[in-house]
Design a protein. Structure first.
Length: 135
C-alpha cells in the first residue's frame, strides 16, 4: 500500500457486498405494513434468499451509537436453528484502518435462531451479514 492509504468502514462493507450470497430480496412486514428501510433509520434490515434458495441472508446495519433490539420472524421459511456470518464494528461512523490504528474490525459471528425466530441485540456502529441455512 502507498503511504497515507487507509480502509474505511464503507469500503469494508462494499468489499463484503462484492461476495454476498444474497440474490433475491424478500419483503418484510413491520406492524402489518411492508417494511422499506429509510435512509435515516438507525437500524436497517434486509432479508434475501441465496440464488439456489437453500439459505436466507440477513444484512443488518446499525448506524447508532446505541445497541438496537431486533426481533425477526423467519418461521415462514424452514430455516435451521443456526446461522453464521461476518460482523464489522467501528469506534465511530467514519472509522478507518490506518497503519497506526485499526478502527474497523471484522470477526466471524453466530446469530441466534430459535424455531425460525431471531431476537438479538445489534451492536452499535456495526454491519453484519448472516447466512441462515434452510433444512
Amino acid at each position: 500500500p502507498k503511504e497515507g492509504s487507509f480502509v474505511t468502514a464503507a469500503g469494508e462493507i462494499l468489499r463484503m457486498f462484492s461476495t454476498t450470497r444474497a440474490v433475491r430480496p424478500l419483503q418484510c412486514q413491520r406492524d402489518g405494513a411492508v417494511y422499506h428501510p429509510r435512509r435515516n433509520d438507525t437500524l436497517q434490515v434486509q432479508v434475501s434468499l441465496t440464488e439456489d434458495g437453500h439459505a436466507v441472508v440477513l444484512n443488518l446495519l446499525n448506524r447508532s451509537v446505541e445497541v438496537q433490539e431486533l426481533h425477526l420472524d423467519l418461521s415462514a421459511y424452514p430455516v435451521r436453528d443456526e446461522g453464521h456470518g461476518m460482523l464489522l464494528t467501528g469506534d465511530e461512523l467514519l472509522s478507518m484502518n490506518t497503519l497506526e490504528k485499526r478502527g474497523v474490525r471484522s470477526e466471524v459471528a453466530e446469530i441466534p435462531v430459535c424455531q425460525g425466530k431471531i431476537s438479538m441485540n445489534v451492536l452499535p456502529l456495526s454491519y453484519a451479514e448472516y447466512v441462515i441455512p434452510m433444512t
